[in-house]
Design a protein. Structure first.
Length: 128
């Protein structure tokens, strides 16, 4: 019986991601307990920022698959990591500051456009 290394790597990646998610929840709860300034929206933003930062760090350090767009590919990790960090920061800013929501939606749309451009650049590099 052969050992399926991809399945083992996927399970370890999933367990590490779940661990980081639990750590992010703990950090969000601690910030809420100590500052009393953030609501549930800000706590969700903190969790998204931490998870997105983890995905970005993993994409730069780990040697994920260069081709394809599966959960272990670098393009997937970069796009979702950046999207999670951006949306988390927008939620934190929305919770802490008095800013019109349409401005935050515009910022999010610009971030998605930049991600599409970045994904196109990554795909172009992959084709070479």
């Amino acid at each position: 019986m052969a050992i399926d290394r991809d399945r083992i790597n996927a399970r370890s990646d999933l367990s590490i991601t779940v661990g980081v998610f639990i750590l992010a929840l703990a950090v969000a709860i601690m910030v809420d307990v100590f500052t009393k300034e953030i609501d549930l929206v800000g706590a969700i933003g903190i969790v998204l920022v931490i998870l997105g930062a983890f995905l970005l760090i993993r994409s730069s350090l780990a040697g994920g698959a260069e081709s394809g767009f599966g959960p272990s590919s670098k393009a997937y990790l970069i796009v979702w990591g950046t999207l999670m960090v951006t949306s988390g920061l927008i939620l934190i800013v929305y919770d802490l500051a008095v800013i019109d929501p349409w401005i935050l939606v515009a910022i999010m749309l610009v971030a998605i456009a930049l991600l599409a451009i970045m994904l196109g650049i990554l795909r172009k590099k992959e084709m070479k």
